[in-house]
Structures are given as structure tokens and as C-alpha cells.
Design a protein around this ligand. Structure first.
Ligand SMILES: Cc1cc2nc3c(=O)[nH]c(=O)nc-3n(C[C@H](O)[C@H](O)[C@H](O)COP(=O)(O)OP(=O)(O)OC[C@H]3O[C@@H](n4cnc5c(N)ncnc54)[C@H](O)[C@@H]3O)c2cc1C
Length: 502
């Protein structure tokens, strides 16, 4: 059995991934009811394609095909993505609460058990498993599991109990204020601020004094945010709309008449001081793993949190299931950390870079001017867009094909469907664009673990593509198939014929 501590988005997706791979986990969530605290407004980057690979993109209201943002922001500087031949910045605006609701429903549909009101208190581990002490609605009890996954957020008890260090920095010199508000009628969709100018929705405005953004991601519910480099009143002073209005005035140097929200709640009305950028020194301690915010925290600039965390979950899910089901090749579980921790390092890097670009002061203004000049170069825009989307990620593979180690591109198939739709079952998949009998012979030994799917496309990027359940290409090549046998064994274990012979 596998126990997941934490029923946030990452724990819930992991539960589905395990269940789809034939292992029914238990999710222990301390909250009896889902939190109403507004967090993410949506997802950005490759995670949107991952959700598409699970049929979740449409279920979350995103339509049939992921949407590519024509424009995005990096450090409050506009990125013109429409200039890119291949735009990697797919976006899916969904409030986190709705995301969690859908992920929980799906995990339960697939057979996971979600226990609400059950808090992981502590655990001990030995060679065979983990004994978890839990505080539940009917009292304290223990569970024995083969593996425990800490998806219990930034203050993870699992991480602390596992003795995993969480080095990084805590800043105290920023104050972020946010609230749902009523605001003046927009002019051509933009907020008209007399004395300042017109400000488009979701376009970050940085001045020498701070940062301002408004966005109407849900109709009739404009959300306004400022960030200032200043000290905040103590937590005992409640946040108010008046405080936000004053902050907007300081940042823009002009008045914006805002009032309390007229839409139904729950509403955002918060003041956050400082922030943390931290990365777990390791993602595993024996039989205990970390995913999501338990493993990394960083500024939410550019919204990279769920792109990172949900892909952690997809990466770990099939590997852990393979281990439990007994076919995992040696070293497979180790690739969770070796693949995912460097991705978090890049997120830490680019969110810190964005924070630096939005800091106050004349030097930063000068840096932004130079950076703006660099952004007129399409190669620079591509580089930054790929970094933000996480599509620059290339896991280490032994083959050199340009697709190997990258997330599978979405390929239109001759029957009008898309290759993403073949991945809904989260199974390892061998895409055969040739109908080669040799491939069918080779794949037969893995038929219990790997789906061989014959497909046709006008422009296949390779004759044969081996795709892992998390959407990354393990091998791609031509019909000669050299090296495919070894790669299948490396990721999906020894073939049945060989297993029977031993
Ligand atoms: C204001 C804000 C805005 C954000 N905006 C974006 C955005 O636009 N896009 C984006 O991608 N990301 C955004 N993020 C980041 C995103 O919300 C997080 O990355 C995400 O919530 C992490 O999910 P998680 O499942 O790892 O952790 P959490 O969401 O923190 O979930 C952890 C769960 O574990 C439970 N738990 C904790 N301890 C225990 C225990 N001992 N036993 C049992 N259960 C426990 C908690 O109750 C919680 O439900 C934002 C974050 C904030 C705060």
C-alpha cells in the first residue's frame, strides 16, 4: 500500500496516477473540507499538456485543444509569443479549488481512497515499510505502508520528520496585497487610470515604487494585486480594501477608485509579507518521497507552481507503481529525483530572476530597459518562453534523437484525433507510425506493460516513439529499432519471455 500525506492538487494527481497504474493509494488530508483560500488562478506551461494527456483538460473546461497564450509576462515585461514558430506557453485558467475538486473526484473514480480530516502526525520507517501515526476524526491510529509520499505542502511534516533539509532564503522586505474588488468601467477592456494611463488585464505594471496588476479571470470578479518593497503592518491589523487602495496609489502615483467586491464569495482579501525560496536537499529518504510544495517553494511570479508540482506527481506515480507491482528496473525510482530536482532548480532560478526584474529603484529600471531591448530578439523570447513553460526540460536519455527526453509533441493523426488522446490511460505507449511486424515482435514481451499503438500521421516526427506515462519520450527512431530493446528494458523492466526463462 502507498500512503499520500496531503490532498492538495499534487497529492490528488499522484493518487490518480498510482490508481491508473494498478495501485490503490490512501490519501490522508488533514482538512475535513476543502480550503476556500484562493490560491492558483490557473496553470501555465507543459502541465497543461499533461492534463490534456489525461483527458482532464476538457474536463476542467479548457476545450478540446490546449490554448497557446499569444502574450505572457516575464518579470512584468511583455513576451510577444505570437512571433514564435512553436509557442510552448499553453495556459489553462482554472481556480485551484475547482482543480482540486476535479482531481479528487477523479482519484476516487479510479479507486483511490481519500480520507478527509486525517492528519499525519509522525512516522517511522524500516527496511520493509513505513508506520504512520495518524490523528483522525475518531481518534489516533496507525497505518502501515510500503511507501509514504509527502504531498503535504510547504510546511511538510513528512519532510521534517524524514530529516530532509529545506535550504534557501526567506525575504521579509516585500508586501503583497490582493483583493477582489469593484473597479471603474473598463475602456476597450483596459483600466483607465487618469494621470497614469490605461492598463490591460493581467499585464503586470512595474514602477519605481512597486508592482500593480489587475485581472478578471472570472467574469465579474476582478482581482487586484500590488507588491511593494516595504514593511507591512503586523498581522493583528486586518487587511482592508482601503489599505489596497492606498497601496495602488503609492505604486501608480494615481488614484484608482476601488470598492468592496459585489460578486458572490469567497473573496480574496489578503496581505502577505515576504516570501520563501527553498528546495529540499533530496526528494527521497528511504521509503519516503516528497512531491510539490513539500519539495520546493518559490515566488508565484509567472505561475510555475503547478507546472512543477503536478509533473512531479506524474513522474513519480508510474515509477512508484512499477516498484510496487514488481516490474520496476533497478534504478527507476532514483530517476524521480535526478529528473525532477533540476527542474525545480530552474524554477527557482527564473522566479528569482523575475523578482529581481521587478524590484524598485533606478538600477532595476535601467536593467529593464536593456532587458526590453533583448526581448525584441525572437530567440531570446523563445528561450524565456521555453524556460517558463518548462519545455526546455530534456531528461537524460541514451538516444540522441531530438525527441528523446522531451515531452511528446502533440501530433495530429490521420483519423482526425490527436496523439494526446492515446495517453488517457497513463500507460507506457509505443507509437508505431509504420505498421512494422518487427516492432510487433519486439513489443510482444512487454504487452502487459506497454501498449503498442499503430497510428498514421501525414508528418510523423519519427517512425517509432516510446512514450512514458508522464508524457516524456524515452526513445524515438526509425524502423531499424536499434537500441529500442535496451530502452524498453531500462524503463519498463525485463520482457515477459526473459522473465519466464529466469
Ligand atoms: C496566492 C497564491 C497564488 C498562487 N498562484 C499560482 C498560479 O497561478 N499558478 C500556479 O501554478 N501555482 C500558483 N500557486 C502555487 C500553488 O498554489 C501551489 O504550488 C500548490 O498549492 C501546491 O500544491 P501541493 O499539493 O503541493 O500543496 P498544498 O496545496 O499546500 O496542499 C497540501 C495539502 O496537504 C494538507 N496537509 C498538510 N499537512 C498535512 C498533514 N500533516 N497530514 C495530512 N494533510 C496535510 C494540507 O491541508 C493541504 O490540503 C499559488 C500559490 C499561492 C499561495
Amino acid at each position: 500500500m502507498i500512503v499520500i500525506a496531503g490532498g492538495g492538487p499534487n497529492g490528488l494527481l499522484l493518487a490518480s496516477e498510482l490508481a491508473q497504474a494498478g495501485v490503490r493509494p490512501i490519501v490522508l488530508e488533514q482538512l475535513a473540507e476543502r480550503s476556500t483560500e484562493p490560491k492558483a488562478n490557473g496553470m501555465v506551461g507543459q502541465v497543461v499538456r499533461l492534463l490534456d494527456h489525461r483527458g482532464l483538460h476538457e474536463r476542467l473546461g479548457g476545450g478540446r485543444v490546449p490554448f497557446k497564450a499569444p502574450m505572457f509576462m516575464f518579470g512584468a515585461m511583455p513576451l510577444n509569443l505570437s512571433a514564435l514558430e512553436v509557442n510552448p506557453v499553453t495556459i489553462l485558467p482554472v481556480p485551484q479549488r475547482r482543480l482540486e475538486q476535479v482531481l479528487e473526484e477523479r482519484a476516487v473514480e479510479l479507486g483511490a481512497e481519500v480520507r478527509r480530516g486525517h492528519r499525519v502526525v509522525s512516522f517511522t520507517q524500516d527496511d520493509d515499510g513505513v508506520t504512520i501515526a495518524i490523528s483522525g476524526p475518531d481518534g489516533d491510529y496507525t497505518e502501515r505502508a510500503r511507501y509514504l509520499v509527502g504531498a503535504d505542502g510547504a510546511h511538510s511534516v513528512v519532510r521534517k520528520q524524514a530529516g530532509i533539509d529545506f535550504p534557501g532564503v526567506t525575504t521579509v522586505d516585500t508586501v503583497a496585497r490582493a483583493a477582489h474588488v469593484t473597479m471603474p468601467e473598463r475602456v476597450d477592456g483596459r483600466l483607465d487610470v487618469p494621470g497614469f494611463g490605461r492598463i490591460a488585464s493581467a499585464s503586470f505594471t512595474r514602477t519605481d515604487r512597486g508592482l500593480f496588476v489587475w485581472a478578471e479571470l472570472e467574469p465579474g470578479r476582478p482581482l487586484m494585486t500590488t507588491v511593494e518593497w516595504d514593511s507591512a503592518p503586523g498581522d493583528e491589523v486586518p487587511m482592508t480594501i482601503d489599505e489596497l487602495r492606498a497601496s495602488v496609489h503609492r505604486v501608480l502615483g494615481a488614484d484608482v477608485p476601488i470598492g468592496p467586491p459585489a460578486s458572490p464569495g469567497p473573496h480574496v482579501l489578503r496581505r502577505l509579507t515576504g516570501g520563501n525560496t527553498r528546495l529540499a536537499e533530496k526528494y527521497r529518504a528511504g521509503r519516503v518521497f516528497l512531491v510539490g510544495d513539500a519539495a520546493h517553494v518559490h515566488s508565484s511570479m509567472g505561475g510555475p507552481g503547478l507546472n512543477l508540482g503536478l509533473q512531479d506527481a506524474a513522474n513519480l506515480g508510474w515509477k512508484l507503481a512499477a516498484q510496487v507491482r514488481g516490474w520496476a528496473p533497478e534504478g527507476l525510482l532514483g530517476t524521480y529525483e535526478s529528473e525532477r530536482r533540476p527542474v525545480a532548480e530552474r524554477v527557482v532560478m527564473h522566479t528569482q530572476a523575475q523578482s529581481a526584474l521587478t524590484a524598485p529603484g533606478g538600477e532595476v529600471t535601467a536593467l529593464r530597459e536593456l532587458f526590453g531591448e533583448l526581448l525584441t530578439n525572437v530567440d531570446t523570447v523563445r528561450h524565456i518562453a521555453e524556460t517558463m513553460a518548462g519545455s526546455d526540460i530534456r531528461y537524460e536519455m541514451r538516444t540522441t534523437h531530438p525527441l528523446a527526453g522531451k515531452f511528446l509533441p502533440d501530433i495530429e493523426l490521420s483519423d482526425g484525433s490527436r496523439v494526446a488522446e492515446l495517453m488517457y490511460d497513463a500507460r507506457p505507449t509505443l507509437l508505431d507510425f509504420t505498421g512494422s511486424a518487427a516492432l510487433a515482435d519486439l513489443a510482444a514481451g512487454w504487452s502487459d506493460r506497454v501498449d503498442l499503438v499503430a497510428v498514421q500521421s501525414g508528418r510523423p516526427p519519427a517512425d517509432v516513439i516510446l512514450v512514458r506515462p508522464d508524457g516524456y519520450v524515452a526513445w524515438a527512431g526509425d524502423t531499424v529499432l536499434s537500441g529500442l530493446n535496451e530502452e524498453m528494458a531500462m524503463w519498463f523492466g525485463i520482457p515477459r519471455t526473459a522473465a519466464m526463462a529466469t
